[in-house]
Design a protein around this ligand. Structure first.
Ligand code: SAM
Length: 282
């Protein structure tokens, strides 16, 4: 008998994967956590029915969330990850020799434990001496920081449960305060095809505080619609001039300086969707 997992992405849209084996399911204090072994995408972390990361395409999301901001910052030494309990973003950050410390603030320690046990190629860098894993709420952690970080990466679930506050204006104000004078943040901001209003609202909040407030895109097969977005806010450094020398030294499978620059070139369809969303904002 065949076993299929379906992620219900909207009332009318889903992603369905054929499953070899369900390796782990548990109800944590924050969400329902599952690790599925799928034929198409390998092992998959699913939280509350939403695909978070898969062995086959995780490199796309983690490389684009990480290397775009880290390569436009001239010397990223202190980096913070909000969420990211699977460890993939930390693994990419630690490819940068300039990074002296990365702090990961993940609210659900069961995600870290399950990723360490079932997703070793993704969570492998969590043991690195430069990595400091903190179990806690990223909202409170960022709010308590003042000029502490060169780069902050918001690698959260979508705006449900404890992640809701990560998509609200006070959090973007606290990101600004937590960053150093030339700091940069990047945050996953869902898909322009389904979430234009959210993206337009976040871009308005970011543009109020950061001279550079740009959206960039990546093609991620297992995320809703396959086209995913990231919001970048930079206090000083331009978004489209990656350090080519440092980039060439990085081992990547999706990111390149050319992909970096192209990621900020929004297709007309996306521009129109966002323009319509902006005009509908209160
Ligand atoms: N790559 C995934 C994506 O883009 O959907 C995100 C991966 S990571 C597993 C997302 C993590 O954010 C989850 O482990 C969740 O527990 C964590 N998270 C959600 N809200 C949080 C908060 N307020 N503070 C810290 N971690 C949070």
């Amino acid at each position: 008998m065949e076993f299929w997992f379906t992620e219900r992405q909207t009332p009318n849209l889903g992603l369905t994967c054929r499953v070899k084996e369900s390796l782990w399911v548990e109800r944590t204090p924050y969400q329902t956590l599952a690790i599925l072994d799928t034929y198409q995408y390998g092992r998959m972390l699913v939280l509350d029915g939403a695909v978070q990361t898969t062995e086959v395409d995780e490199h796309i999301y983690h490389e684009m969330l990480t290397h775009v901001p880290l390569l436009i910052h001239p010397r990223p030494r202190r980096v913070l990850v909000v969420g990211g309990g699977d460890g993939g973003t930390v693994r990419e950050i630690l490819k940068h020799p300039e990074v002296e410390q990365v702090e990961l603030v993940e609210i659900d320690e069961r995600v870290i434990a399950a990723s360490r046990r079932f997703l070793p190629t993704i969570s492998c860098a969590l043991e690195d001496p430069r990595a400091r894993v903190i179990v806690g709420d990223g909202v409170a952690h960022v709010a308590a920081a003042q000029g502490a970080y060169d780069v902050i990466l918001v690698d959260s679930t979508d705006p449900v449960g404890p992640a809701i506050a990560l998509f609200e204006e006070p959090f973007f104000a606290s990101l600004h305060r937590a960053l150093k004078g030339d700091g940069i943040f990047a945050a996953q901001t869902k898909t322009p095809y389904l979430d234009g209003a959210l993206i337009a609202q976040i871009q308005r909040w970011v543009a109020r505080r950061f001279p550079v407030a740009c959206l960039y895109l990546a093609a991620i097969p297992t995320y809703p619609t396959g086209l995913w977005s990231f919001m970048l806010g930079s206090k000083r450094h331009p978004h489209d001039r990656p350090d080519e020398v440092r980039a060439k030294a990085l081992e990547t499978r999706y990111y390149s300086p050319e992909v970096h620059r192209a990621a900020f070139a929004l297709p007309r369809t996306v521009e129109e969707l966002l323009e319509r969303a902006r005009s509908a904002l209160p």
